[in-house]
Design a protein around this ligand. Structure first.
Ligand SMILES: *Cc1c(COP(=O)(O)O)cnc(C)c1O
Length: 364
């Protein structure tokens, strides 16, 4: 084997653990293989002896973890002869579906809630040339329509109710174990439609169970901690909710499709759900940017907000190893970022050495 093997995506890397055959045409943009970044400053700031890694999924090809599931879903759709895919989306699924459809040479239809998707996600979806259908309703309503439309039009659903999505997404757990040599003690992540927490748990289980073809890679499994936005927290309420609201648009969901899977992940792992206000979520996003140089989108910061809360209240003990999934890239939602930094407005001065010198010396 060559010393340097060109990375060609998660299906190639984990193909013997995925439903892929030798003749499958793989639709890939080299997704996955995202970095686990160890936080260096935040543990010190909060005065806790703890190891926190962030798995920065915002560095996937379209800037979110959705690419992990989409490479599988679109690969299988194409294998089945599908000419078009469809999804309801809060933004990232539509960007990802559009990109992989472009790559495959098929059509993508996306249903998005009017006015409730972050600007970057809209820009991407337009550039990848998907057919965008804005609905005067929220994600949950779009999802219900998408589930019915397949009986009326020749399209393949690529939302996470498509089982191949979770198959692709479970590889994030494989990567974490391959990186750390074992599973972390706690795994924290934001929960919207709950596909991701379900997929991670599936991945952790599969790597910890010996089968005929695969001896267990580790026998350790993490405690799964699922965090929601206070205005969109059906798992904390214990029932589906109508009219979810949060600044973290990616998790603005009241009727999660992977309801049962996510409860199983919580129960089997001994984990829990909790919810955080928009202010707490945005504070965590800012903290991560300011003190670690890592810019994720608001929904993603919910994982860190939760980890910090549970450390503070002793639910997660010191000495633990924690992984927080940062689901999407901060650049996707420039409006919220700029709004958050309203008191750090750029100053405007004349274009002279003297003026610039004064501006610097004034703020040192
Ligand atoms: C989709 C998404 C989530 C929620 O993931 P689910 O699988 O729906 O729970 C969280 N954050 C971002 C950035 C997302 O795009």
């Amino acid at each position: 084997m060559a010393a340097h093997k060109h990375y060609t995506g998660l299906i190639t890397r984990y193909r013997d653990r995925l439903p892929i055959s030798d003749d499958t045409r793989i639709i890939s943009l080299n997704e996955g293989n995202t970095p686990m970044i160890k936080l260096e400053n935040i543990p010190r700031l909060i005065g806790k002896d703890v190891t926190i890694y962030v798995k920065f999924e915002g560095l996937n090809p379209t800037g979110s973890f959705k690419d992990r599931g989409m490479t599988m879903a679109v690969t299988k759709a194409v294998e089945d002869g599908s000419q078009a895919i469809i999804c309801a989306s809060t933004g990232n699924t539509s960007a990802s579906a559009a990109a992989y459809a472009a790559r495959a040479g098929i059509k993508a239809f996306v249903l998005i809630p009017e006015g409730k998707i972050a600007l970057g996600k809209l820009a991407q979806t337009l550039m990848y040339d998907a057919k965008i259908i804005q609905i005067q309703g929220n994600f949950d309503q779009g999802m219900e329509i998408v589930k019915q439309i397949v009986e009326h039009a020749p399209v393949t659903i690529v939302n996470s109710i498509n089982p191949f999505r979770l198959e692709g997404q479970k590889t994030a757990s494989f990567e974490i174990i391959d990186d750390l040599g074992t599973a972390p003690d706690y795994h924290c992540l934001p929960v919207g439609n709950a596909g991701n927490i379900s997929a991670y748990w599936k991945g952790y289980k599969e790597y910890s169970i010996s089968t005929e073809n695969h001896p267990a890679v580790t026998n350790k499994r993490p405690v799964m901690c699922g965090y929601q936005a206070a205005g969109a927290a059906p798992f904390v309420a214990g029932h589906m909710i109508d009219n979810p609201e949060t600044v973290a648009t990616a998790i603005r969901i009241g009727r999660p499709q992977s309801w049962d899977f996510a409860w199983a992940a919580q129960k089997e792992s001994g984990g829990w759900f909790n919810k955080f206000s928009d202010d707490e979520i945005l504070a965590a996003q800012k903290l991560l940017s300011q003190h670690e140089g890592i810019f994720c989108e608001p929904a993603s910061a919910t994982s860190l907000a939760g980890a910090l809360h549970d450390l503070k209240h002793g639910n997660i003990p010191e000495g633990s190893t924690i992984v927080c999934t940062l689901t999407g890239n901060g650049i996707k939602d420039p409006d919220i970022a700029i709004k958050q930094c309203a008191d750090a407005k750029p100053i405007t001065i004349e274009a002279s050495l003297d003026a610039v010198k004064r501006a610097i010396l004034d703020s040192i």
